[in-house]
Design a protein around this ligand. Sequence first.
Ligand SMILES: Cc1ncc(COP(=O)(O)O)c(C=O)c1O
Length: 486
Amino acid sequence: MTRSSALPFDLSGIHLEPGQGLARQLYQALRERILDGRLASGTRLPASRELAALLNISRNTVTRALDQLYAEGYVAGRVGDGTYVADLPHSRPAAAITAEADSPALQLLLRHHLATPAKGAPRAFRIGVPAFDLFPFETWARLQARFWRKPSPARLGYGDPAGDLQLRELIAAYLRNSRGLTCEAQQVLITCGSQQAISLCAQLLVQPGARVALENPGYRAAGHAFAVAGAQLCGIAVDGEGMDIDALQRLNDCQLAYVTPAHQYPTGVTLSLPRRLALLEWAKRVNGWIIEDDYDGEYRYRGTPLAPLAALDEQQRVIYIGTFGKLAFPALRLGYLVLPPALAESFARRQALEMRHSEVGTQAVMAEFIAAGYFQRHVRRMRQAARSRRDTLLAAWPAMIPGCSSLPAVDAGLHLSIKVESLARERELITAARTAGIEMNPLSDYWLPGSETAEDARAGLVLGFAAVPEAQIVEAVQRLRLAWKL
Ligand SMILES: Cc1ncc(COP(=O)(O)O)c(C=O)c1O
């Protein structure tokens, strides 16, 4: 082994969480750095006493981590007598990994990865999360315990790739009765949230180089999934009636459109009936498919929830996506597709290749949750909570913020968006809000790169209003007034 004791030892990025197995965490952090080449062969590790002082942990903890690395052959030498990274044939410098990312698939992924959503307990005005503080965890825990106490052996082997039949039947019945969408269990495929449903559509319906039409501004996560499948993304403008279907009609060689008709993400407008009919007509004319992402369709504050676009579809050209993430909580990772019958079998086959099928416990418990009536009660409660939180935000919001348009009418969904006069002003408002500990997204982030719309016309603020209770909303607006000097 070549020994290069003068090599620097970089501890940046090693953050050990107290109370969660410090030795194990340190072992993992060092092993990862050795394997990816950040700690090259021959690097001398600091003495255990020094490492303990640098990381503010006990020497005993460091010794245990090093002993484990030693036992597995990642380091050599003797603890106390100099420890060195072993000569590993597969340990590569970081530069080599970057060079390998030259493959077209990896390059595409580098350009189209999901931004990490905000983490930690929800704060005002986090986007994309419902009032999950109101989820009936005790009921859920009871149903979980009941399922796992004595699971039927028949359910513990491999299941149907399309998902648990009872859950699929209940979802189909819910959609028929509550959303006016006529469908059968055989058309329903359980997914790991909407994102996996979108990704399945991308894998099955996109040919490399094919055009996919998306709302612009729109849900970038969907665009990334299509782009990684090889699609050419075509942004279509959105106005007060939703996607501009005339512009879609003018787009040649496009047979797939992704839309959020109930509550356009992120502008919040609803696709008008004439546009819905024109969109269905477009799909018929081009022999194409429409992906309807009904991510927050249950949240309607005027009248009853709108029937989905899929309910109007007589040609079986709409693929409907629903998620439990906006009714329960996103980490549940449970969603579904309602597929035209002609596509159901192919999607199930693709799902089998991807993951065999979704995990049985969550599906079975959600089925019980729906069958026993808890789900419908919870949907009503969530809608009421979101409406009350919306009302609180609307009442507390400053009447006049320089450079911002006034609040729009908010009849649906869990978020709203406000126009801002320029990108500079948008940046100023967002920076001040974030400094005051308040979350909101710049509207300019939702545009596809290279959009024709003038830069300043893309500016705005996107705020989620359902994530925290009313008192926290009022308190956050007070902090915003100070931060924005109103
Ligand atoms: C437009 C849209 N679709 C779907 C989702 C939810 O995705 P998932 O069910 O994968 O959490 C979101 C989340 O914010 C969204 O904004």
